[in-house]
Design a protein around this ligand. Structure first.
Ligand SMILES: [Zn+2]
Ligand SMILES: [Zn+2]
Ligand SMILES: [Zn+2]
Length: 339
């Protein structure tokens, strides 16, 4: 009897879960399961600014001219988009390819812009949902402006929060990179969605949304058009996805009603992560169909939010398999308890 019990306990050291889209595996180390408070870490503070904040004072600090500006009724700006002063891609070049022995390359042609909200001290977690809808509106506006440019095949939209998550400035901002290549991560999802469709005549993301809405174990928020949940095969503790309920391959086709609902879903999801993990560093990004002129009827755009709760070590780097220390059902429960 005693032995049996022991055996039961030891067989629960971990479990493997597979992502139905990419086929990737994650390990959930149940035996090392932690509570939310054990993931809370002190954040690295930003050094004091030597000069004025470039995003509070774009003109005074010599930033490039806006590509988009939204104003409030009193005339002050509420959001602006500027070309990045230190771009990772250059917009004034023609695309050139080259080969060298077994290698193939091209020059870094593209567009790199920053989306800045007005208030230095108010991050997304504490904005009003309608202010987040305005950010979505700006993403869409710039996406549409850049998607038809020659040499642009994919547009990455992402948000880094905190130094540990790669945000070099404390002032809340997102980035948009319009680039000539489709990243391997997106390619894996596009291919996975197509294979799933061929096998089951159904979109894998729709199947996930349907299941999570019915099952509710991992669901943390829903409104008319969106749901937010902790994915079954979460790669990091407290990972959250925000997805349209209906089948939508193209983010840029989002309508006004959906923008308001997405503003609410994204703000609520980020706020839950903020409260549960006490303002952790995090990244979120949009995954959507490429703008390379091809059709992607089987893909379903979504947002992935990844709090910095894990460090990649040898096992993760060599296998690409992440070890998470909390089941996504438990993470969802903890997130919901902070609403
Ligand atoms: Zn600022
Ligand atoms: Zn779908
Ligand atoms: Zn994705």
């Amino acid at each position: 009897m005693e032995e049996n019990k022991k055996e039961k306990k030891s067989s629960k050291i971990s479990e493997l879960r597979q992502d139905p889209i990419t086929g990737d595996w994650v390990v959930i180390a149940v035996g090392r399961a932690k509570r939310a408070k054990e993931y809370i870490k002190a954040r690295e503070p930003y050094p004091p600014l030597e000069d004025k904040c470039p995003f509070c004072f774009p003109e005074e600090t010599g930033q490039e001219k806006d590509t988009l500006i939204f104003r409030r009724s009193d005339g002050d700006w509420s959001l602006r988009v500027l070309p990045n002063k230190f771009p990772a891609f250059s917009r004034n070049q023609a695309l050139r390819h080259w080969e060298e022995g077994p290698y193939f390359g091209m020059n870094g042609v593209g567009y790199h812009e920053v989306v800045i909200t007005r208030d230095h001290a108010r991050q997304i977690a504490v904005l009003d949902p309608i202010e987040v809808a305005e950010i979505i509106d700006a993403y869409q506006d710039r996406y549409i402006a850049l998607m038809s440019k020659k040499s642009v095949n994919y547009i990455e939209i992402f948000h880094n929060h905190g130094r540990e998550a790669g945000a070099s400035l404390e002032h809340p901002h997102s980035q948009l990179m319009a680039i000539p290549v489709i990243s391997p991560g997106v390619k894996l999802e596009l291919d996975g969605a197509e294979v799933y469709y061929r096998n089951f005549q159904k979109c894998v993301y729709c199947a996930i949304a349907e299941w999570e809405l019915k099952n509710k174990k991992r669901l943390i928020f829903e409104n008319d058009n969106f749901l937010a949940f902790c994915p079954f095969s979460s790669r990091v503790a407290f990972e959250v996805w925000v997805m349209p309920k209906k089948h939508k391959p193209y983010f840029e086709r989002i309508n006004n009603e959906e923008k308001v609902d997405l503003g609410e879903a994204l703000q609520k999801a980020v706020a839950m992560v903020y409260h549960t993990l006490q303002d952790p560093p995090y990244n979120f990004y949009i995954h959507t169909s490429p703008c390379d002129g091809k059709d992607y009827p089987h893909y379903h755009w979504h947002i992935e939010i990844l709090p910095h709760t894990a460090i990649w070590a040898g096992f993760e780097l060599s296998t690409g398999i992440e070890i998470s220390t909390i089941e996504s059902e438990k993470a969802a429960k903890e997130l919901l308890s902070r609403v």
